[in-house]
Design a protein around this ligand. Sequence first.
Ligand SMILES: NC(=O)c1ccc[n+]([C@@H]2O[C@H](COP(=O)([O-])OP(=O)(O)OC[C@H]3O[C@@H](n4cnc5c(N)ncnc54)[C@H](OP(=O)(O)O)[C@@H]3O)[C@@H](O)[C@H]2O)c1
Length: 249
Amino acid sequence: MPLTDYRTALVTGASSGIGAATVQALATRGLQVHAVARRARKLEQLAEDTGCTVHQLDLCDTDALYRVLGEIEVDVLVNNAGLGRGFDTIVNASREDIERSIDTNVTAALHVVRAVVPGMVERRRGHMVHIGSIAGLYPLLSSVYGASKGAIHLMCQNLRTELKGTGVRNTEICPGRVHTEFFDTAIDDTGRRQSMVSGFELLRAEDVADAIVFALDTPWRVNISTIELTPTEQAPGGIAIEPVKRPGR
Ligand SMILES: NC(=O)c1ccc[n+]([C@@H]2O[C@H](COP(=O)([O-])OP(=O)(O)OC[C@H]3O[C@@H](n4cnc5c(N)ncnc54)[C@H](OP(=O)(O)O)[C@@H]3O)[C@@H](O)[C@H]2O)c1
């Protein structure tokens, strides 16, 4: 089902970063795009720039989520809204960080799927693109954020099996570091925040939007299951070559 066969898209977390770039990319390709986020002024600007339809909505308000999304016929879902509170180690995460991250990244993402998937199955047309992270695939010293994105990884894999035979496709996009407002929300310490967005050239939001469009634009027989993209100078993993020295041994 190439992109030209889809008519409507719903992008969550559309007011900045990857979401805003994706709204732009999909609107350029002729889709009627519904953009969801909380910040009204950013959404108004996006509507002015792209012609998208905006919905000011806190996805953690589950009743409002079902009310608003239940009204929209969605061909393409970009399940993108997310944040990185508690991005550092769990020792440095507050109770509120953990709850906010799981409520937004996991619970709301599942409700968004639940709200749109019945219509897709009924129409036998739909493609859900879920924004995971390399933090959901590899240990990156971030157990709270990693747990939330690991959940997205297995949600997407399970959706692939649950929806087999319905005509609905599922793709997970796993970016490495992208230069967006993500780190402003995630990290309070200015020095640490700055270190996350400097030192090498990060991905741009448009690079991730390009990957999303690529997955959407494949022929119907093709389901791109996972795309992992990182900055050229960022590679997860590797083991220490030097043995760890322990006192007294
Ligand atoms: N930047 C990275 O390095 C990176 C890497 C891998 C994966 N990701 C993932 O990519 C996705 C997009 O992040 P980004 O980098 O583009 O950061 P961003 O610019 O901070 O965008 C996050 C978006 O999520 C929205 N959002 C957050 N909580 C929401 C809520 N309760 N209800 C509705 N919308 C909400 C925000 O809008 P409002 O504040 O206006 O509501 C914003 O539009 C996230 O899932 C993130 O985990 C980012």
